[in-house]
Design a protein around this ligand. Structure first.
Ligand code: PXG
Length: 292
């Protein structure tokens, strides 16, 4: 069945959901996006996603044509139109149509669209067995050059990382920052467990401030687990008790091997399972309902 896509104020069948070849989202990767999930008839962490979307747009000086409240309704209505209660939602705002020069001033109006569908990043069995990953030579973007905090349509840095993982035959890559500290995976944040503490790189490591990351830190604190945001290196991953990745698309997924080194006993750890359970419970109650 053809999906119904929200595009600039209308819901159109996917065959008709097209943007111009002069759209600067396509020509220059000039735009912002969010990947959002709905679980059990609720859009998980809706407010956080909408807030980050508008903040990314603000930094790029993109004035979105509708309010945050209206954008929230767009997301909910896109799910309704496709009869989805569990979904992976892609909300996008591009710079819009311009000329063949890169100047955003020449683009009068952003293009906004929203897709509600589904996604599976990794095969099911990897969620129980854990991932093998590598660190890659491509460094994460320098914050002062292309700020990783902005969830922009310019994902080539991450795609380079993914290409290196593909070439090495593993499903995911860990990217280091310019100083050699661990930053994040290509589309996920990273966590370690060491001596009962949960450790994740700080925002100034040059990462996206993941909504799942923040949620997992909150859940851990609620459970009395100490959480630290601090820089760490590959050495710390090799010697961690547990390691996992977080992201809207990936959710929480254990990592059991990095650069050929097995983490602890090579099985997903207790703290990881505990946080996965807590996360699943939260998805049942968090966020606005799609159908009343
Ligand atoms: N870091 C980066 C670079 C991301 O793109 C995350 C962390 C996790 O953030 P959230 O807020 O989702 O917890 C992301 C988001 C994909 C894919 O296909 C992944 C993301 C976005 C779009 C597609 O792997 N990750």
């Amino acid at each position: 069945m053809s999906l119904k896509i929200y595009l600039d104020g209308n819901f159109v069948p996917e065959e008709n959901a097209v943007v111009s070849v002069f759209d600067h989202g396509l020509l220059y990767g000039d735009g912002v996006f969010e990947g959002i999930r709905a679980y059990h008839n609720r859009v998980f962490k809706m407010e956080e996603h909408i807030e980050r979307f508008y903040e990314s747009a603000k930094t790029l000086t993109m004035e979105l044509p509708i309010s945050e409240e209206e954008m929230t309704e767009v997301v909910l209505e896109t799910c309704r139109r496709n009869d989805l209660r569990d979904a992976y939602i892609r909300l996008v705002a591009t710079r819009g149509k311009g000329d063949l020069g890169l100047d955003p001033k020449k683009c009068p109006r952003p293009t906004v669209f929203c897709i509600a569908a589904s996604i599976q990043l990794y095969p099911d069995e990897l969620y129980t067995k854990g991932l093998e990953v590598i660190t890659v030579a491509t460094r994460r973007n320098l914050g002062e050059a292309c700020n990783p905090r902005v969830k922009s349509l310019n994902y080539l840095n991450n795609i380079y990382g993914k290409i290196e993982a593909n070439l090495a035959g593993v499903p995911e890559a860990i990217m280091l920052n310019q100083e050699g500290y661990v930053a994040e995976a290509t589309g996920d944040n990273i966590f370690l467990v060491k001596k009962g503490k949960l450790i994740t790189p700080p925002i100034h490591a040059g990462i996206l401030e993941g909504i799942t990351r923040n949620c997992v830190m909150d859940l851990a604190r609620e459970k009395g687990i100490p959480v630290e945001e601090k820089m760490f290196t590959r050495h710390d991953i090799f010697n961690a008790e547990e390691c996992f990745l977080t992201g809207t698309a990936a959710e929480l997924i254990p990592v059991v091997k990095v650069d050929g080194r097995t983490i602890a006993d090579g099985k997903p750890g207790q703290m990881t399972w505990k946080l996965i359970d807590a996360f699943r419970e939260l998805t049942k109650v968090d966020g606005p309902q799609i159908f009343k």
